[in-house]
Ligand binder design. Structure first.
Ligand code: DP6
Length: 331
């Protein structure tokens, strides 16, 4: 048997997608239909410690102090099994995970969770996986997790197989002073998770048309990004977010992620823009809104957000680092 480290801890960020992943070509391997592009969030983090130990009788998983069971646990075990198979170790594992933001509230906790798990479990099994392999392993847990592995801004190349579907860096965290103010209007776990949403995606009549226009949209978004043309960039980001929700609302059965608070923020962003503020929104599979702006406008936006009635709290993010190892274990 290979000599292993036994225990490792990783910290990894959630990410916000500017071009969204919606619909899976292969739901078992989490292979998407389209490339997607995202920024890691500096202040939405998951820390995970994994230990393989001959004394453990079974795998155990806990998140934010609560034991995780059933299908959520199975998803974690799927990653542990991939790592066990690769390392040829046959030991049970203890997984303890902690988020610094609410789970299931549309802040992509699965992305930070599975990228942290991929790094911590592979390291605990004695591997130092190259970034590409780590991205592939994270993807097997949750598609968008493959983007969180990389520092800063990343593009997930959809590929067509397990080996060809992974993320690469398009820019480092300090490339552009973008900010994402996550406006939380609802903290409850959403009724229809993104995994279920992906299954319904192709039933929307707008699924194929969007797929067709995406290569052009991605080219334009990247053009605006590399020219640091915030207005052009923000406009495309908003269009893409609205398209995602249009697909969700027109699938069979339809899924409505937005609530009253979501609409309040959308209208507010439009008003602020009219009054000269450079600000845009995007929304993942949930009701909470990500306000995308530049550092120079952050105080003004904070002030405006405070006046809205449905806001529970906000989380301000810079472009963040990707998954990394940490010295301090959770147990
Ligand atoms: C709307 O990666 O959460 O946030 O692979 O089933 O875990 P699973 O799906 P997930 O889907 C993310 C959907 C999205 C868009 C995005 O982040 O690209």
């Amino acid at each position: 048997m290979k000599k292993i480290n036994h225990k490792a801890t990783a910290v990894s960020p959630a990410n916000i997608a500017f071009i969204k992943f919606w619909g899976k070509r292969d739901p078992l391997l989490n292979i998407p239909f389209n490339n997607s592009i995202s920024m890691n969030l500096s202040n939405c983090l998951t820390t995970t410690t994994v230990e393989f130990n001959p004394n453990f009788l079974d795998d155990s998983v806990s998140v934010d102090g609560k034991e995780v069971l059933d299908s959520k646990k199975d998803r974690v075990i799927r990653i542990l099994n991939l790592v066990r198979k690769k390392s040829k170790i046959d030991l049970k594992a203890k997984v303890v995970s902690q988020n610094n933001f609410p789970q299931g509230a549309g802040i992509a906790s699965s992305a930070s969770a599975f990228s942290a798990l991929a790094l911590a479990s592979s390291r605990a099994a004695g591997f130092s996986l190259p970034q590409k392999q780590l991205s592939i392993l994270a993807r097997r847990g949750s598609g968008s997790a493959c983007r969180s592995v990389i520092d800063g801004f990343s593009e997930w190349k959809a590929g067509t197989s397990d080996k060809t579907s992974y993320s690469i860096q398009i820019a480092k965290p300090d490339y552009w002073g973008l900010r994402d103010v996550v406006v939380v209007v609802d903290q409850k776990e959403k009724k229809v998770g993104s995994t279920e949403g992906h299954e319904l995606a192709t039933s929307s009549p707008y699924f194929r048309p969007r797929l067709k226009l995406l290569p052009m949209r991605i080219r334009k978004l990247k053009g605006a990004f590399f020219n640091k043309d915030f207005e052009k960039f923000g406009k495309i980001v908003e269009e893409e977010a609205v398209d995602l929700h249009m697909m969700a609302m027109t699938s069979t059965p339809p899924v409505f992620y937005w609530n009253e608070g979501t609409m309040e923020i959308i209208h507010a962003v439009q008003e602020w823009r009219k009054s000269g503020l450079n600000v845009f929104f995007t929304i993942d599979a949930g009701p909470n809104v990500h306000i995308i702006c530049l550092q120079k406008d952050i105080d003004k936006i904070d002030n405006e957000v405070k006046k809205l009635k449905n806001v529970l709290f906000t989380i301000e993010n810079k472009p963040g680092k990707g998954a990394r190892l940490a010295d301090k274990h959770l147990f």
